[in-house]
Design a protein around this ligand. Structure first.
Ligand code: UDP
Length: 236
C-alpha cells in the first residue's frame, strides 16, 4: 500500500490518501488537546498506544456485528481505514454521570444512569460542539431519520459489547463518543475508540484511567492508557 499526500490533520490524528481510492491511512499522533484545543501537549507513546488499543477494540466490535472503518494496522501509529463520508455528529452514550452532563444538569458525578442516556453533539469547534437533537440533524440535512436510527442502534450495541469487555477487566465504561460515516450506502463506525474519547474508571477505586487525567491535570496520562491496554490484553 502506497501512502500518499496528507488530506487532513485534526487535533490528534492525521489522514493520508493511498493508491486505493477506497482506503485512507489514519495516523495517531502524540498530540493531546482538551477544552477545544486550548490545552495542548505532546505525550510520548500516546499515538502508538491509541493506535494499538483502537485496533483491538475495532476488531472486537466488528466481530460482534458493528461495521467499522478499521481494515488493519499499517505501522505502530498508523491504521488502514475505509474512506468514509463522515457525518458531522458525535454520538455519546453515558452509563454513569460525568463531564459536561454533570455541569449542564447539576447532577452528582458518579450517579448511575438507568437506562443509559444517548446524546448528539454537532462537530464544530468554533461553536464548542453544541448539543443538538435528532430534528436538528434531519432539518439541517446532517443525517436522515434512518441514518440516525442506525447510528443510535450501533452506539448502544457498542455499549453492550464494551461495557462487558471493560467490566471483565475491572473497569467501568462511564461514557464514550462515537462518530459514523457512510461507506457505499452503509453506516459505518469511523474515527477511533481509545481512552481519548471515553471515560474509564477502575471498578473498585473509581480511579480515572482516561483523558480526564489530562483535562484535570492528574498526571500519568499515557501510563493510565497503558494500564487499560494491559488489563484488556492489548499487545503494545
Ligand atoms: N468526547 C470526545 N470528544 C469531544 C467531546 C466529548 O471524545 O469533542 C467524549 C469524552 O471523552 C467523554 C464523552 O465524549 O467520554 C462525553 O463527553 P462530555 O459531553 O462529558 O464532554 P467533556 O467533559 O469531555 O467536555
Amino acid at each position: 500500500m502506497e501512502k500518499r499526500e496528507q488530506l487532513y490533520s485534526g487535533k490528534a490524528k492525521s489522514v493520508y490518501g493511498t493508491d486505493d481510492a477506497d482506503l485512507y491511512i489514519m495516523e495517531f499522533r502524540d498530540d493531546t488537546t482538551a477544552f477545544d484545543g486550548l490545552k495542548v501537549e505532546s505525550l510520548a507513546r500516546k499515538g502508538m498506544v491509541n493506535n494499538k488499543f483502537n485496533a483491538f477494540i475495532m476488531q472486537k466490535l466488528e466481530a460482534a456485528g458493528v461495521p467499522t472503518h478499521f481494515v488493519r494496522m499499517h505501522s505502530d501509529n498508523e491504521a488502514v481505514v475505509k474512506r468514509l463520508e463522515m457525518i458531522p455528529l458525535e454520538c455519546v452514550v453515558r452509563n454513569i454521570a460525568a463531564g459536561s452532563l454533570v455541569k449542564r444538569l447539576g447532577v452528582t458525578e458518579g450517579m448511575d444512569l438507568t437506562p443509559p442516556t444517548f446524546e448528539l453533539f454537532l462537530k464544530n469547534d468554533a461553536l464548542h460542539d453544541p448539543m443538538v437533537n435528532e430534528y436538528h440533524a434531519r432539518s439541517f440535512g446532517w443525517a436522515t431519520e434512518a441514518e440516525i436510527a442506525r447510528m443510535k442502534e450501533l452506539t448502544f450495541k457498542v455499549n453492550d459489547v464494551l461495557k462487558k469487555l471493560f467490566r471483565d477487566a475491572g473497569m467501568l465504561l462511564v461514557d464514550y463518543k462515537l462518530e459514523f460515516g457512510r461507506f457505499h450506502g452503509d453506516i459505518v463506525l469511523g474515527d477511533e475508540f481509545s481512552p481519548d474519547g471515553c471515560r474509564l474508571w477502575d471498578a473498585d477505586t473509581r480511579k480515572k484511567l482516561d483523558k480526564d487525567r489530562f483535562r484535570q491535570g492528574l498526571g500519568s496520562v499515557v501510563e493510565a492508557y497503558e494500564e487499560v491496554a494491559h488489563r484488556l490484553g492489548v499487545p503494545l
